[in-house]
Design a protein around this ligand. Sequence first.
Ligand SMILES: Nc1ncnc2c1ncn2[C@@H]1O[C@H](COP(=O)(O)OP(=O)(O)O)[C@@H](O)[C@H]1O
Ligand SMILES: [Mg+2]
Length: 367
Amino acid sequence: MSKYSLSNFPPVQLLESDRVLRSLVKAHRYLAELKGMARTIPNEGLLVSTLSLQEAQSSSEIENIITTQDALYKYQLQPNAVDPVSKEVAHYADGLNAGFQQVRDTGLLTLNTILEVQAILEGNDAGFRQTPGTVLKNEQTDSVVYEPPPPNEIAALMNQLEQFIHSSSVLDPLVRMALIHHQFESVHPFYDGNGRAGRIINILYLVKEGLLDAPILYLSRYISQTKGQYYASLQKVRDSNDWQQWIIYILEGVAVTAQHTTRLVEDIRALLQQHKLHIRDNYKFYSQDLINNIFCHPYTKVAFLEADLGVSRATATRYLDTLSKDGILNKHRLGRENYYVNHALVKLLFNLSGLNQGELSAPEGNR
Ligand SMILES: Nc1ncnc2c1ncn2[C@@H]1O[C@H](COP(=O)(O)OP(=O)(O)O)[C@@H](O)[C@H]1O
Ligand SMILES: [Mg+2]
């Protein structure tokens, strides 16, 4: 049996120690709150379309692929208007969304889905590593910290992981998510994109397990803000077989992020209600589809509204110009086209990216 095999996990009693159980209670409580809060938003696509871009940004940032939310929204308006780095990050969101569709349609999180997600985010179909020589290095010192399995072991290890993902187990699903992420990163099946694909798998797994209806818990922001700990913690499992600290690190991430996202969803819901009442009371052209449009596309444009409302170009232009004259949207120009920003929503979304450090107390904090 390979030394990289999953059967090297310690027994359940060790994985679910008292400390882990305490963290689990907290993580589940906040996750359930988030799931409930998300259900109060009538249009599920609304949260997914905005939050997946935040996830894309943070997850890519961990790999030093840096862009802004602004560039990602501009990519949606005009894919050719943005730089290659922002395009790459936008592809992360595409991969996440494609993975979500598959998990939702099949109830499974298969190897094929994982391969497809990685292909979309990398923009190539190289698939699993085939040539030896991949090593993981310490970013600061450039020294090799870990050598993943050779290419000829990858297929078997990934099959084993796929089975683990779908097997029934006494282990809590959040503990399993932590194990799956660690194992995936350790197998490191691809030449590149392992970090990002692994973080997408986390979210998809939560959906597969029914802990969320849609992929809206984006752990990457927490990981990005605690990046040193993320790397150290992954490695510590290997160096000293210390699974507990890794599991608690992930559970703390779930708790912190779920709380934060619940507040965001609550704020979005309030804003949605406020805009809806205001537009309904003041404009004959009010419709629920219009409201959905300016919330699914915080940066919207005439063509988006035309398509969503089935109205003419002139009519869509008139609606958006009226709303921008009255200050509900801000009108800007990108190349030869106008776009309209739901600035109150954007403020909520962009603010969140700067998670304040005070909220990242060490695991075992008294929250
Ligand atoms: N010591 C380690 N053990 C296991 N996985 C690690 C270790 N150090 C880093 N990683 C994982 O490798 C990822 C980077 O791999 P890479 O293929 O470059 O991902 P990406 O292309 O998304 O940048 C990190 O995000 C992390 O998940
Ligand atoms: Mg990389």
